[in-house]
Design a protein around this ligand. Sequence first.
Ligand SMILES: C[S@@+](CC[C@H](N)C(=O)[O-])C[C@H]1O[C@@H](n2cnc3c(N)ncnc32)[C@H](O)[C@@H]1O
Length: 385
Amino acid sequence: MEAELKRLVMRSPFGVRVEKPKREGEATLLYPFEACIAWVAACHHRTSSRISWDLCSSTAVRLEPLFDDLLPALLSDDRLPGGAPLRFSVEVGPSFDFEASPLQLRGVVKNAIVETLASRRVASEVDADSPDVVFVVRRAGTPGARRTVVGIDIGGGPRHRRGARVAAGPAPLRETMAAQLIMLSRWDARTEPLVDPMAGGATIPIEAAGLATGAAIRRPSDLPQRHLAAFKDLPREAPDLFPGTVPQIAALDVDPETIPAMVGNLRAAGLTGPAYEVSIVIAQYDVRELTPDYIERMLPAVREMRPGVFCFNPPYGVRIGAEHGEEKLLALYSDMGRAFARFRGWRAACFVANPHFVEAFAHAPTMTKPASNANLRGTFLVFQL
Ligand SMILES: C[S@@+](CC[C@H](N)C(=O)[O-])C[C@H]1O[C@@H](n2cnc3c(N)ncnc32)[C@H](O)[C@@H]1O
């Protein structure tokens, strides 16, 4: 997450630097607020699952004291939207260590917001279906020093929803996970081919194409920023941050039924047509047969192929693969390991939720990082082949 934001902000038109963030738990980075950096993150950042502009927090674990803390904090906060009538909603994250239900917690935060807006003569209405602004509530901090944090969602909701996928394969990888995987592979889009040999619905190739050109995943006009004074002088459009990059991406899968899904998803993401003919190729192919010669022939713009990266998530035997039995799955992993041994100098990065993968694949990872894909615990692995 951190490396991606730094890279994007450096290419943005704002001439600012990103400060080092503080860490909050395993999955949250806290940055001092800077509107233009928040704008870049909201429009372009692919690896974050949510972006909140934190407003206030309270250590209270009961409803009345929480209200008593939040109301004065919000009343004196000039960052809240003002002027026009406002439709808003409140979303509460996991709150098992708060001494009331998530519904009650949401009700208290909602009441504090309504009262604050009313004190500024802003008419407000709770509207979960089409809110102008979504307030997010999360429990944060270390054990013994936990807080309830209230913020404004400035990232346009859960960010794995890119709005492009029209057909999901049987076990799709979340878009945010796919972007993390590519970042972990340290792919250089200007010089290295990227191959997803088990592409399913092409989630990874689509994310790769977006990371290569720095394409936005949210339009400024779709973000709540238009209701927030802090963002009023920021651009209305979010053009590519790395225009002109022509990546070399191959999306392969052994299952012929995935091909129409890949084409549909690439089309929905705006990644088909003459501009992409030399950049993103699709084929039905068995990963066990892969050779560097085949990849070189597949990628039309590669004149002299350099080592590249494989990014993929193999079947784990949970949602798919189980029907074939663990033995067949392990045989597939070990055949893949043999096929990848032909690609000396390449890197391979995968997300896998099968604990026997590394042993069967028979390459030692240079990096391992635990992660979850839609409640499935697994590991990111990177290999130098
Ligand atoms: C977990 S899914 C990948 C999901 C994909 N990343 C997505 O987001 O849609 C694994 C894929 O591996 C493919 N696969 C299984 N055996 C294969 C093989 N021998 N060669 C190539 N692809 C294979 C399956 O058809 C399936 O699409």
